[in-house]
Design a protein around this ligand. Structure first.
Ligand code: CTP
Ligand code: CA
Length: 226
């Protein structure tokens, strides 16, 4: 069976994608992280490449092979992700933040492994910078796309996030749906715009979600340049 060739509609564009979790080290051998698999971001990077874009993928530690033809930058911490994304985004036309950025890091990262002590310990956490919001403050002509996972009031919260971060749209998902979001091969998302308008997509492969995401980003780009 022949599948039709991908359209080359992103030729000449530079697309930057973040993927995977970040690791926030407490000491050299311990960190705070989350179960993000990176699959969604890798799918966006590969599809954008297939459609002719130049693609830079900045990813936290995940178990996935580099997508073909994509420049891959591997990072661990949110601060490293921020540096890599801001550098890569200087000339970007589209930035897609699928990374599950840890909201906090240890206020002090110990240089040596910390031995255990009797009883409870307290770790002071300090907020990480909001990378998408930073990009939004200096948006220029770039199209900005975020992801959000919510357990309740999803559309409302995602629309507020898109407004606050100056993103063009956010793909919202829920952590509870079987086989989707964290680690799964499928995703069931709702497209949410800053004005609160939204569109629920059926359960789709992450590849198909990536395609529709790029379709929507291309539409936003055209309407902005019209
Ligand atoms: N994001 C980011 N930098 C951060 C946190 C999040 O760029 N420090 C991006 C994510 O990659 C995602 C979007 O912002 O595309 C929404 O992430 P989310 O965690 O839902 O938003 P937060 O503002 O961190 O809100 P919450 O308090 O619900 O975690
Ligand atoms: Ca967060």
């Amino acid at each position: 069976l022949l599948t039709p060739p991908a359209p080359r509609d992103l030729e000449g564009l530079h697309v930057v994608v973040s993927a995977g979790p970040t690791r926030e080290y407490l000491d050299p051998v311990r960190f705070i992280s989350n179960p993000s698999s990176g699959k969604m971001g890798f799918a966006v990077a590969q599809e954008a490449r297939n459609r002719g874009a130049r693609v830079t993928l900045v990813t936290g530690p995940v178990n996935l092979p580099n997508p073909l033809g994509v420049e891959v930058v591997r990072i661990e911490t949110a601060l490293e992700l921020r540096d890599a994304i801001l550098l890569a985004s200087e000339q970007a036309d589209l930035v897609v933040m699928t990374a599950a950025v840890a909201d906090y890091r240890a206020a002090e990262r110990a240089g040596e492994k910390q031995a255990k002590v009797a009883g409870d310990v307290t770790v002071l956490l300090t907020p990480n910078p909001d990378i998408l919001a930073e990009l939004g403050q200096n948006k220029g002509d770039r199209v900005l796309v975020g992801f959000a996972m919510e357990t309740h009031a999803g559309v409302e919260r995602a629309a507020l996030k898109a407004q606050r971060k100056n993103a063009d749209f956010i793909l919202l998902n829920y952590p509870t749906r079987e086989g989707t979001a964290f680690g799964g091969d499928d995703n069931e998302v709702t497209l949410v715009r800053p004005d609160g308008s939204h569109e629920a997509w059926p359960r789709l492969s992450k590849r198909e979600v990536a395609r529709r995401l790029l379709d929507e980003a291309a539409r936003v780009r055209l309407s902005q340049n019209a």
